[in-house]
Write a protein that binds this ligand. Structure first.
Ligand SMILES: [Zn+2]
Ligand SMILES: [Zn+2]
Ligand SMILES: [Zn+2]
Length: 228
């Protein structure tokens, strides 16, 4: 979970660079420019993927690239709130399921609708129990400019539960370990935490069918072309 990068300060007076109103109490600063609250959020605010409104304050729920108000982070099947640390699966960036309602059948249905060969894009938070042998290994690629690229390189089907095997696949990208973005953890620590079977482990995993590791599609045209 990410906490908002909220840049406001209290004190000296200034003017909003957009509307010129005097900023006497709270103001927001970004890249050396001052803003009133309204214009800061108009320009830099995040939009909730659920209700499309601006997320102005407080905690945001993050599933891959999508951000939500906590109250908008609900399962589309049972409509229960999905809390911080609860398992979930977000299919094709839009369909959000709690850990109880997600079943691989949904993925198969989506797959047959869009493409015969690829699983759809998913972001899932999965929990691995302690004391069971991990059954999962990862590799960290530090050559990426955007930060470490952690991918699943090994899955042991005799150790992992069927639900896990339906949510995690070889080559999937690990975004967070126990809620901490991999960007903020050293590669050694990532391995330590993953191999430490005394503790439960939570991984946020992205399966991106458009990732460069997959065989390239025939072209970048929107939609899927199917050969018959
Ligand atoms: Zn303003
Ligand atoms: Zn919302
Ligand atoms: Zn549900």
């Amino acid at each position: 979970m990410s906490r908002r990068d909220q840049r406001f300060r209290r004190g000296t007076k200034g003017r909003c660079c957009e509307c010129g109103c005097i900023l006497s109490h709270w103001y927001y600063e970004k890249e050396g420019q001052l803003y009133c609250k309204k214009h800061y959020w108009a320009r830099y605010g995040e939009h909730c993927h659920g209700c499309r409104d601006t997320i102005a304050t407080g905690v945001i729920m993050v599933a891959g690239e999508q951000k939500y108000h906590p109250e908008c982070f609900t399962c589309m099947s049972c409509e229960m709130f999905i809390g911080d640390g609860d398992s979930y699966t977000l299919v094709e960036r839009t369909k959000l399921y709690c850990g109880h309602c997600f079943c691989p059948g949904e993925v198969s249905a989506a797959r047959s609708a869009s493409s015969l060969t690829k699983r759809p894009h998913t972001v899932a938070l999965v929990s691995l129990p302690p004391h069971a042998g991990r059954g999962l290994s990862v590799a960290t690629d530090l050559s990426q400019e955007t930060g470490p690229l952690v991918t699943v390189t090994g899955l042991d089907s005799s150790t992992l539960s069927p639900e896990l095997l339906s949510s995690v696949h070889m080559g999937d990208r690990v975004l967070e370990v126990n809620g901490i973005p991999v960007l903020n953890i050293s590669p050694d620590e990532i391995n330590c935490v993953i191999q430490d079977t005394n503790r439960p482990l939570q991984l946020t995993i992205e399966h991106n069918p458009q990732s460069p590791d997959d065989p390239p599609l025939s072209n970048d045209a929107p939609g899927q072309r199917q050969l018959s």
